[in-house]
Write a protein that binds this ligand. Structure first.
Ligand code: ZN
Length: 501
């Protein structure tokens, strides 16, 4: 069995190497590549991904997994070997169900749709993207139908990002959250908005960059195994456990942009860096789901990075870096500014309270489109109506309405958005569990010390990589299912102190 297990590991490490090479080309494309490189780069990445996919659907791999089944059954569920075989089989079985022609069609269409969207969005031309989105929806349905036996047509697509979750389970969590959240949003937005003008001054790029690096270095992002570069849209990418990179974007006239993006991406990256080193090159390395991944970015960005305790330590340092801009701004004013809550149009720029309403709108629309209850041509109007109902404002155009996110125009419709709000919910649930084990954590954060929190995350979440599903992990860490209660309590405590709730 040792031989067969080694064979499995070698097979997956070759798949991983091909995918990592493609990711490195993609990272370079987003950070350094001159525009002239685009056509060749697309071809090079497509070749590597095709080779990786061919290896993943290799019938010899299926045979190997069958042969390893008795060995897997003889081991405890959470042992590394059993988990390796289990996750490898899941990846293999998901991959073989999709005909290669469909996969190629989805990829080619995504590239074409992205190009059209890229030009249509600034021109506010929904009519141009409509036929492409209709085709994307059709391909998404075909993709879902490769996994027969589902309860809801979105289930296989949700499964892909958040394995084990379904339209029904996510909808139930979101409905409960929505009931609690809407009155909080209403109570806050009925009051005068926080003044964030202190963040909207001139902050030179070099100092912003250094300050952000100092913060995430202190968090525990390991620069021996990582680096930060500039990119138009911040992202994290990994080529191995030993090389997990982040990117950020700097706005010289808005201090909150680069700093919080750096914290956010470092949260993703520390999760990836924290996989058990023995998982290198195996399907166990990395993050388990989009929801858990997002919980780690949001924990560092919001729960830690937008907390009063964090700024008790860091605000004097920030004032030292920007004495002219912030020297006469109090900690209180700064803290209110970075936690400003407002009804806004753009999801990615939304505050941590209203953000979830943006996500739920998209999630519900994905379900309705896949069900056939919402036609693409009716989407802009539905978007405006729902926006008015949920956020009390109406987008003035489609550019900042239905066309604002890349997701539907560069992929599929279904499973694209729920992870963001699951992440908000999970980050407070995990943080509560960390505080129960270590009540000293908030006091340490006020001293600029993050080691106990990072150590707890490493021990309870990071090291496991993809070994457990979201619900298995939540159950192990918190002793129960996913719950919105810690998140609502967090919002009430934090925003109750900032506003009258
Ligand atoms: Zn993220």
């Amino acid at each position: 069995m040792e031989d067969k297990l080694q064979e499995l590991k070698t097979h997956f490490s070759e798949i991983g190497d091909l995918n990592s090479a493609a990711s490195l080309l993609s990272w370079d494309q987003m950070t350094n590549m001159p525009p002239g490189g685009a056509p060749a780069r697309a071809r090079q990445m497509a070749l590597l991904k095709r080779l990786a996919h061919e290896k993943l659907i290799d019938p010899a791999l299926g045979k190997l997994l069958d042969e390893l089944q008795p060995y897997e059954a003889s081991l405890p569920f959470d042992s590394d070997d059993a988990s390796l075989i289990r996750i490898a089989r899941r990846d293999y079985e998901q991959a073989i169900k999709v005909p290669p022609q469909l996969l190629a069609e989805i990829e080619n269409h995504a590239a074409a749709a992205f190009q059209v969207w890229n030009e249509a969005r600034p021109a506010n031309n929904f009519a141009a993207v409509q036929p492409y989105l209709e085709k994307t929806l059709e391909l998404s349905r075909q993709l879902a139908d490769c996994f027969p036996g589902y309860e809801h047509i979105a289930d296989p697509l949700i499964d892909h990002a958040d394995y084990g979750m379904k339209a029904s389970s996510v909808s139930a969590i979101f409905a409960e959250l929505r009931d609690q959240l809407v009155p909080i949003v209403q109570a806050i937005t009925a009051q005068p908005p926080a003044d964030d003008s202190c963040l909207r001054q001139h902050f030179p790029e070099a100092q912003q960059w250094e300050f952000g690096l100092d913060v995430v270095r202190r968090f525990g992002y390991d620069f021996q195994r990582g680096r930060q570069d500039k990119a138009p849209h911040p992202f994290t990418t990994e080529f191995s456990i030993g090389d997990v990179r982040i990117t950020t974007r700097v706005e010289e006239h808005f201090l909150a942009e680069a700093l919080f993006a750096t914290m956010h991406e470092a949260g993703h990256a520390m999760y990836e860096q924290g996989s058990d080193p023995g998982y290198e090159g195996t399907p166990l390395a990395g993050g388990t789901s989009s929801g858990v991944h997002e919980s780690q970015s949001r924990l560092w960005e919001n729960v830690v990075g937008r907390s009063r305790g964090f700024w008790t330590f860091y605000y004097p340092k920030l004032q030292e870096v920007f004495p002219d801009q912030l020297g006469s701004v109090s900690l209180d004013s700064f803290y209110r500014a970075i936690n400003k809550v407002e009804r806004s149009l753009i999801r990615t720029a939304a505050d941590e309270v209203t953000y979830n309403l943006h996500v739920m709108l998209r999630f519900d629309f994905e379900l309705a489109m896949l069900e056939g209850n919402l036609a693409v041509k009716d989407l802009p109007e539905a978007w405006r109506e729902r926006f008015k109902a949920d956020l009390g404002i109406v987008p003035p155009d489609d550019r900042d309405g239905v066309m604002q996110d890349i997701h539907w125009y560069f992929g599929i419709v279904g499973g694209m958005f729920q992870g963001y709000t699951l992440g908000n919910i999970l980050c407070t649930q995990f943080y509560d569990a960390a505080l129960q084990a270590h009540p000293e954590i908030p006091g340490e954060i006020e001293q600029g010390e993050f080691g106990t929190l990072l150590g707890w995350l490493q021990e309870n979440i990071y090291q496991h990589g993809r070994k457990f599903t979201t619900s298995e992990l939540v159950d192990r860490v918190t002793g129960g299912p996913i719950s919105i209660e810690p998140y609502i309590r967090y919002l009430r405590n934090k925003y109750g102190a900032l506003y009258e709730l």
